[in-house]
Design a protein around this ligand. Structure first.
Ligand SMILES: [Zn+2]
Length: 384
């Protein structure tokens, strides 16, 4: 039986030749590529807004084995964007309904539903059974967990997220040369930026675009064609109908990949990962940081905050990003010009003076202070 199954996976039957004929016409796919898709195992985390188009396209494309993990049931409020479900599905398990619907689209595929949340105790076991992970989860906890486990297991992770009118997608290959999700977001963004779709709202068609981009990246990775989004963050704004691209690289201070990269053996110890997760969330120092990408998002959203550049005037004269110039040594004299209740973001050239500045401001009673991680140097790597 085992041999039969293997044989079936190594060729396309007449029905499959017809079903995938538009793929087969593409030189970059062809029969060889289509067989690769058939042999591939992809895990989709979340069967919601992103998961719906993602799963539909992966199933249509003929990915041989698709895992679907989602602990939720279908709610009426999901139907505005989660196009895999309809009114009759309300109250039913998303992963089970997804399997049922997708089987109607393509019954040649093995669907494996998981009616549970991805948590530290099951993540290694589940993720290890797949070749590629597509993370469409809606919270930072899960994204960090997926990132960390994928990094340790060396599984590529195609991650996307959506909020209101904007979406993002990137690929984290788990290769030592490519940055991970923690390199991009060293700590959870500011509270104002981690509202979920329930609180902040989301345009219904938006996940259709981002989930389709995710599916495209997954398929490209399997076929090994084109250039992936590794080291690039693709950002989409539906209101202006513009895509922007930011490049980012490995963070030498990344608590995951920078520290683990030098290890000869991969550490599968989930305890260590969980500890790392919780220390990242509880660590006061890391919560004081804001990454260049997060700061850029605040600019884009025209958030109300005070940006202070604590470098010297001669450095400011060479280049600046619009912050109020208060050299570190003058901060105590000029503190009265600042509002202690307002979000205050400080930056210097490399992050060290900025850290001293926020420590001082916190002692002075400032409630919301952040230091730009890596300072202007890190900012310029991405945005100059
Ligand atoms: Zn990293």
């Amino acid at each position: 039986m085992h041999t039969d199954g293997k044989n079936q996976n190594s060729f396309l039957n007449p029905e499959e030749l017809s079903r995938y004929s538009r793929h087969l016409s593409l030189a970059e796919v062809g029969q060889e590529g289509q067989i690769r898709l058939k042999q591939a195992r992809v895990l989709c985390i979340g069967a919601g807004g992103l998961g719906s188009p993602l799963l539909l396209y992966l199933a249509a494309a003929g990915i041989g084995t698709i895992g679907i993990i989602d602990s939720d049931t279908v709610d009426l409020s999901n139907l505005q964007r989660q196009i895999l479900f309809n009114t009759n599905d309300i109250g039913k398990s998303k992963s089970l309904v997804a399997k049922e619907k997708l089987s109607l689209l393509n019954n040649t595929i093995q669907f494996i539903p998981y009616q549970e949340r991805l948590i530290p105790s099951n993540a290694v076991n589940i993720i290890s059974q797949y070749d590629i992970i597509a993370d469409g989860s809606d919270n930072f906890e899960t994204r960090y967990l997926v990132n960390d486990v994928c990094f340790h297991l060396r599984k590529p992770n195609v991650g996307a997220s959506i909020l209101q009118f904007s979406g993002q997608c990137s690929v984290f290959t788990a290769s030592p040369n490519d940055p991970c999700y923690r390199c991009l977001y060293p700590s959870s963004p500011l509270t104002s930026a981690i509202l979920n779709c329930a609180e902040a709202g989301v345009l219904g068609a938006l996940p259709g675009i981002m989930g389709s981009i995710q599916a495209t990246e997954v398929i490209k990775l399997i076929l090994n064609i084109g250039n992936s989004l590794a080291g690039r963050l693709l950002s989409f704004d539906a209101l202006s109908m513009r895509f922007k691209e930011f490049t980012f690289s490995t963070d030498p201070s990344c608590i995951l990949c920078a520290e683990k990269r030098s290890l000869d053996k991969i550490n599968y110890d989930m305890g260590a990962i969980c500890k790392m997760n919780s220390s990242a969330e509880n660590d006061q120092v890391s919560n004081d940081q804001i990454s260049p990408v997060e700061l850029h998002q605040l600019f884009e959203k025209k958030e109300d905050f005070c940006l202070i550049d604590v470098r010297e005037p001669h450095e400011y004269a060479v280049c600046h990003i619009g912050g109020k110039l208060i050299p570190l040594a003058q901060l105590s004299q000029q503190i009265d010009t600042l509002d202690p209740d307002k979000l205050t973001i400080v930056h210097c050239h490399a992050g060290i003076r900025g850290q001293k500045a926020i420590d001082f401001l916190k002692q002075a009673g400032f409630k919301h202070v952040k230091n730009l991680t890596g300072g202007l140097a890190a900012w310029q790597k991405i945005f100059s």
